[in-house]
Design a protein around this ligand. Structure first.
Ligand SMILES: [Zn+2]
Length: 41
């Protein structure tokens, strides 16, 4: 069951910041559509 979840996230496209277009790598606790830099503005 857990492997299916991992596969699901692997297949997701790279998430990019809607503000600056940077690829968002850290998704540990935020599900916003902006990167850390834009989030802190
Ligand atoms: Zn950004």
């Amino acid at each position: 069951m857990l492997e299916n979840v991992v596969e699901f996230f692997k297949n997701l496209p790279d998430k990019v910041c809607v503000q600056c277009g940077e690829k968002i790598e850290e998704q540990s606790e935020c599900y916003s559509s902006t990167c850390e830099k834009c989030n802190s503005l």
